[in-house]
Design a protein around this ligand. Structure first.
Ligand code: NAD
Length: 370
């Protein structure tokens, strides 16, 4: 008997449960006969878990994640829990420990602008005529955020503070691997971001990525590599976003560029993300946590009007990266594209002329295309 493909479903708070419900319907339909190979099991997380058992990441939830192959995460938090001490709050108390526990070293954020939604993007439409379809891959566990030494010392005019930007070869190689493997499933192009004109650690980054690319392509691959300084990349993302395919970034540069790029897609409700682990799951793929880039949207929670596309796209990323089901993932992405082309809009991406659909209705439009 083959092993089940196990998914821990942590819907969380606010719009989390609403968008998760319809996402599971979409996944069921997209998987067709393969659905029986899956086991989706839900558990409490975030504010919902605090209310039920007094902590944001209960032991039972962590052990469900531990025995699963991937985590499909909704969102956590809301005004109700904001007066708790920071470490007990839903986001700090649940997401951060999960990231640490599962050594999530690679953050993936696809940014896609559908031509029909160009009106929702802050860029002028002529900048967007060639479309935007970028995958930002950000290293998550190294860099100046964690490098030692860091500290403060001295007094008066000599008082100073410092952080250390440091990367090990293995850290650069493993994030480059994710970027090149991803590019192979897309348009075969990686743009590696650095500041090699001034920073020693970034000269090293460029060297290691170049060596990695040479070795990678010697194994019968054909992924093009270009290098770009981070300051130029910040400009090009606005001037000519369609020139990019996969952007490979260190932790700090990825932090900044991914937020810059995130607005190109028009709405937080369209933005998915994946965080991949150093661990493999029992099917030989990377364990990962998949979640929308936005939060629990308390302002619209409970109204059934949230855009579920970010959550659905997160589910597609999960099928691609943690279960090797690239074709099913692509099928879901195409079904969303078609629904948008056919005029399906939730409130966040609608113009005055559009008929506005609610969460369930837009999911039905997507399901129809599967
Ligand atoms: P938010 O992302 O929840 O909302 C920002 C704005 O975007 C709101 O107007 C919201 O309605 C809109 N929005 C977000 N997702 C949407 C969707 N799917 N469809 C339509 N509109 C959508 O950010 P916030 O208001 O700063 O934070 C609210 C709560 O979420 C806070 O408690 C915060 O800590 C938490 N949060 C959680 C996560 C997470 O779980 N990973 C991430 C960010 C914020």
């Amino acid at each position: 008997m083959s092993l089940k493909k196990k998914v821990a479903v942590l819907a969380g708070d606010g719009i989390g449960p609403e968008v998760m419900d319809v996402t599971l319907e979409v996944l069921k339909k997209a998987l067709g006969n393969q659905y029986t190979e899956f086991e989706f099991q839900s558990a409490l997380v975030g504010g919902a878990a605090i209310d039920a058992v007094g902590e944001p990441l209960p032991k039972e939830t962590l052990s469900l994640c531990e025995s699963s192959d991937a985590i499909l995460f909704g969102s956590v938090g809301g005004p109700k829990w904001e007066s708790l001490p920071p470490e007990k709050q839903p986001e700090r108390g649940a997401l951060l420990p999960l990231r640490k526990y599962f050594e999530l070293f690679a953050n993936l954020r696809p940014v896609k602008l559908y031509p029909e939604l160009a009106h929702a993007s802050p860029l002028k439409e002529d900048r967007l005529k060639n479309g935007v379809d970028i995958l930002i891959i950000r290293e998550l566990t190294g860099d100046v955020y964690f490098g030692q030494p860091k500290g403060r010392e001295g007094k008066d005019k000599n008082e100073k503070a410092y952080d250390t930007m440091v990367y090990h070869r293995y850290e650069i190689e493993r994030i480059a691997q994710v970027a090149f493997d991803s590019a192979k499933m897309r348009k075969n192009k990686v743009t590696s971001i650095d500041k090699a004109n001034v920073l020693t650690s970034m000269v090293f980054w460029r060297e290691v990525v170049t060596q990695f690319a040479n070795d990678y392509n010697k194994q019968g691959n054909n992924v093009q590599l270009e290098h770009m300084y981070v300051d130029n990349a910040a400009m090009q993302l606005i001037l000519n976003p369609s020139r990019f395919d996969v952007l490979l970034c260190s932790n700090m540069f990825g932090d900044i560029l991914s937020d810059e790029a995130s607005v190109l897609g028009g709405s937080l409700g369209m933005l998915a993300s994946a965080s991949l682990s150093t661990r493999k799951n029992q099917h030989g793929y990377k364990f990962g946590l998949y979640e929308p880039a936005g939060g629990s949207a308390p302002d619209i929670a409970g109204k059934g009007i949230a855009n579920p596309i970010a959550q659905i796209l997160s589910g597609a990323l999960m099928l691609r990266y943690s279960f090797g089901l690239n074709e099913v993932a692509t099928k879901i992405e195409k079904a969303i594209e078609k629904a948008i082309q056919n005029g399906a809009r939730t409130r966040d991406i609608a113009t005055e002329k559009d008929r506005v659909l609610n969460t369930k209705e837009i999911a039905e439009e997507i399901i129809k295309n599967l």
